[in-house]
Design a protein around this ligand. Sequence first.
Ligand SMILES: [Zn+2]
Length: 797
Amino acid sequence: MSADVQQPAAAVRAPAERALARPERRALTALVAVVVLGAIGAISLLDIRPPAPKPVSAPADQFSAARAADHINTFAARTHVAGSANNDTVRNYLVNTLSGFGLRTSVQDTVGGEAGDLSGSSGAAAVAHVRNVVAEVPGTDPTGTVFLVAHYDSVQVGPGGNDDGAGTSSVLEVARALSQGPAPRNNVVFVLTDAEEACLCGALAFASAHPLAKDGGVALNLEARGSTGPVIMFETSRDNAKLVSLFRSAAPHPVGTSFAVEVYRLLPNDTDFTAFLGNDFVGLNSAYIDGGAVYHTPLDTPASVDRRTLQQHGENALGLVRAFGATDLTDLRANGDATYFPVPGTLVSYPGWLTWPLAGLALLAVVGLALLTVRSGRATWGKVAAGFGLGLVPIVAAPLAAQLLWMLVTALRPGYADLLDPYRPLLWRLTVILLAATVLLTWYALLRRRIGPAALALGAFGWLAVLGLVLAAATPGGSYLAALPALAGALGGIVALRLRGAWTAVPLTVGAAVGVVILVPTVVLLFPALGMAMGGVGALFATLLGLAALPIVDLLLPAAGGQRGLVALRARRLGLGVPVLALVATLALAGSAFAVDRFDAAHPIPTHLMYALDADTGQARWVSYESSPQPWTAGYLATREKVGTQFPEIGASTVRTGPAQAAALPPAALTVVSDSTAGGVRTLRVKLAPQRQVRLAALHVDGATATVDQASVDGFEVPVDRSGPWSFGLVFHAPPAGGFEVSLTLRPAGAGPVRFRVEDGSDGLEALPGFKPRPAGVGVLGSHSSELVLVVKSYLL
Ligand SMILES: [Zn+2]
């Protein structure tokens, strides 16, 4: 029995479908609906596009990206990692610039830190010698203090034009603009932190110990994890309803979504904002994330900073500083969390308690639509159930297809594996969106004759409603993404049932438009947030968008049912024509993405290489974290091994290594300052002094020889983590040239000495014997351990 003769009788009966079954009428309706939805999508995208940059000649009380960019060109021309001479130069520039605006400017020079680690597995506490630049604007009648925060240190391999040259220059330009006008009501403090890249240590020192921070306040942090795209307010303190409402009214270009907070938690990133939250501040965290290929690499230059993005970053910051500077800061924490997302012209925001009612309402609306649909004879309950069951197929298949595609692409071009996002990601993102469309259209074309358009649309809305409920439980800030399109789609369907002919397309288009407004910016913002390696998430939301607009998608295909025999056969072939077309377009797009996004001198393949010398044995190694080594790196590598017990900074996981020539690099010296034992507890004060110019120095105590109970460095108490092979680990970033003292209270395991592992890390990989310069087209991976030169030595004390 052929399905061709089993057309849904109801579809033939219904006058609306009969009217839209006429090919010309149907094509025209489809065209109008698609143009309307396309225009709404385009407006949604234009709305989150950063504004035009303002020139150097812009009025003095305004933020000018050109003026801010001049600062970046000056201080971010070279890398300026914490503790380096370049960083001193940058700091002097910042102090001079801020005091030049007439602001009381000082440097907080201290040791700061908290538990943390460099490689993600050494379990060591991290501290740093930090020098934070702090400039004050005293308020006229303060109710509290507003802190505008960015970090001025860069990573060791890149100049940090964006990260965080953009934030730092924005702070300077906001400080200048603010100093032009009347003094604000509240205190405003500009904080340019040090050693963010190493350990957030500058922000930790400021938030926990600076006198200006002791009463807390509002922290507004400016960050960058790319080079372009909209600035997204992606993180808030808890109970953010009032903060979000101020953000909406005060930021000239407010882009932010309550879903971003949930996405951010999935990512391995951390910013200075964490340090402020940990010290009970309230506040907002903003960053831009597109153009992630340059993140933490030598390509993060001043020239790579998108001036539009910089304008948005600074203009929003200035607006927020002015608004928080004028408002009563005494009770900003109230009313729970808000749900918020961008719509053209503004930011929609509603109280978080509406999440469950809206998600419930969406489900009710879908159930109501199902009842009315069955009652009108457009579908049976059996078909509705089948539509719902089969609705899960594209939701699962499209993300899966996207992930498989990227696995294939990465297998063909392994350089992608170690890149946050491709250099030219647009074609790849469009490929994934088209792939999702292909999956959805194929699924739809195969099923709609058998199940019927009405039942399939019900299934689509049903899954959106279910997802709305699931998200309400798991990530409340993201529930709106599915619940609102389901609600709007179902209400549109209910209205459409009461209309005739082409008019039915009007409420259906309006319903789909809600999905477009909500999900188009979501898809566009998710791709840079997660990178192509998690492109499946973008595919998932693209699929949800397609499901929200399924009644309109239906119009793109020839009318379902109504034909018999040969005509029906032709219709079916035509029905598959659209998905086949989509598939061909996907393949063509993937091919052009592959051809366009090649690695070259300006878009180099990222490579990761470090050097590790064990001064005990005189043996040296090249070490790489690359997942599948590039030819350049492979030249240094011979095997895979675990070297974490030898080099604590490298961590416990398996890495690629190869033999290297031992360089004449002196290990750090460890000497006893004082030593006393009472009641089995040994109190030991040691001095760790690097014998060369280093970025970090680390001290580890072998757990087999002693148990450490307490530790402090230069009077700063540090946490003790005894979970690994080490009874204690400490990494000191930007250590003083003369070294530093560590006080330990420990219990020796036996009568023998305690074994210490002392390690230091520096720049200078390219000067090592055996290092061959990278050829054009081979670049440096954006990682905190790239180009690190480690020297380690054991001491028995
Ligand atoms: Zn960074």
